[in-house]
Design a protein around this ligand. Structure first.
Ligand code: HEC
Length: 421
């Protein structure tokens, strides 16, 4: 239980809090939107989380005394049960946010917390994740049993057999949940599945990967049957592989969920480049630089074209592409047009405005014609100089002068300044 409760809860608390630092850097606008919609859900979750912390503290501090009598032992175990229920309630709240990002349902027309919470993927995802969590608990518990009990101890066989029953009992629910979830997923998301699981390079192996996942999941069922049949023969070596696989799949499922909802970060509302869908017509007309909070260029001139292109890249591609690292913008174009030749301006200018049609996981290009040309000029230059972009921590940030009232007043005169006011 020390591993099962204390360590997992501690890791959960650290990563759960840590993720706020990451998402606030990577995706500040979407987090801002989510907080506005789910304010009370997160507030409730905060209360549940504090309850969990209190319960885990009680559980930990009463541990030794619990061994004094049967009564106190039972009480101790009951606190453990409360803790498990509180953890599940966390899931009940947080899953609504994750599924909302995939498909907000009618929230896009009636923007209320209730509509956001009861989105079409909420229940399917909850019905899938609950039994899967139970399965993981079973396999993990079985592994801990093989570590912490003696090989011939009667209790070991008893616990292993119970674990087997537990896994077999939850498996049908996990399967039913998977089918329910799959059917609730919009077609556009299923179309992203092959890239989501293995990236474009491995998309051809998608079927293989799919069967590998199904096969490896089936392994825990085989393990469960073996545990019922020959509990004494279940040892660490036998459990560790299904255990690693099932945790590995948890990682894959997370990645897939985050990927399939692309090009959106919040379905039908905000694209993964953090621009709202409803603002697109404005961007297409006036360009994105004018309305961006962080940019060093607002008006493109021949002299600042490359710098402007860099800003366009930062605003429209850099959530997913780097300048010369993973999924580098030069690489993806070289893969299409060949490494040997310099990138061709015309092909790129023709490609980018249509990229969201062929590769549906990418948002449409939001900018105007001039910005498109600046972006292409920048990428072309990147191919030659391989420059890497420094992060805000070294470069600092440049706030768009137009977002600053006094500067804007200087540039456009007092009329605009007053209008904006
Ligand atoms: C939401 C994330 C996202 C954004 C934003 C994005 N891309 Fe992509 N792009 C991807 C992913 C993912 C791939 C495929 C990577 C893989 O699996 O190899 C890709 C692939 C590409 C490819 C190769 C396509 C092919 O068929 O081989 C090009 C070209 C490309 N992106 C250009 C751009 C440009 C230019 C921008 C900015 C205007 C941009 N992308 C913005 C995610 C994004």
């Amino acid at each position: 239980m020390k591993v099962g409760f204390i360590i997992t809860t501690t890791i959960g608390a650290m990563t759960g809090v840590g993720i706020w630092f990451t998402v606030a850097l990577v995706s500040p606008s979407s987090i801002g939107s989510l907080i506005r919609v789910f304010y009370w859900a997160w507030f409730t979750e905060w209360l549940v989380f504090v309850t969990e912390v209190v319960l885990i503290s009680i559980y930990y501090l009463t541990w030794e005394n619990a061994n004094k009598s049967l009564r106190s032992k039972l009480k101790h175990i009951r606190f453990g049960a409360f803790l498990s229920v509180a953890s599940w309630i966390t899931m009940v709240v947080i899953v609504s946010i994750l599924s909302f990002m995939m498909d907000p349902g009618n929230w896009n027309t009636h923007k209320s917390l209730f509509n956001g919470f009861t989105n079409p993927i909420y229940l399917p995802q909850l019905f899938f994740r609950t039994p899967v969590a139970m399965l993981m608990g079973g396999v993990f518990g079985m592994m801990l049993t093989t570590i912490f009990t003696k090989k011939d101890a009667a209790i070991r066989a008893q616990v292993v057999r119970l674990g087997g029953k537990w896994i077999l009992g939850w498996t049908p629910f996990a399967l039913a949940g998977a089918v329910y979830y799959w059917n609730a997923m919009p077609e556009a998301m299923k179309a992203n599945m092959s890239t989501a699981i293995g990236t474009m390079d491995f998309a051809a192996y998608y079927d293989l990967l799919k069967y590998f996942i199904i096969g490896a999941t089936a392994l825990s069922v085989v393990l469960a049957i073996w545990a019922l049949w020959k509990p004494q023969r279940v040892n660490f070596a036998l459990v560790v592989i299904p255990c690693i696989l099932i945790f590995g799949f948890l990682g894959i499922f997370e990645r897939v969920r985050e990927f399939v909802r692309k090009p959106y970060v919040i379905g039908g509302y905000m694209y993964s480049n953090l621009l709202r869908e409803e603002d697109y017509p404005l961007y297409k007309k006036d360009g994105i630089l004018k309305y961006a909070t962080y940019t060093s260029v607002q008006e493109i001139t021949p002299a600042n074209k490359i710098e402007a292109g860099k800003n366009v890249f930062m605003l429209t591609c850099s959530r997913c592409h780097t300048s010369n690292g993973i999924n580098s913008i030069v690489d993806v174009f070289e893969k299409m047009y060949g490494k040997e030749r310099p990138l061709d301006v015309e092909s790129m200018v023709a490609y980018i405005p249509n990229m969201h049609q062929g590769r549906t996981f990418m948002p449409p290009f939001p900018g105007n014609r001039k910005e498109l040309e600046a972006l292409v000029a920048y990428i072309k230059q990147l191919q030659v100089n391989g420059e890497s972009l420094q992060g805000a921590q070294t470069e600092g940030v440049v706030v768009n002068p137009l977002q600053n009232m006094e500067q804007a007043a200087k540039q456009y005169g007092d009329t605009l300044f007053l209008l904006k006011k």
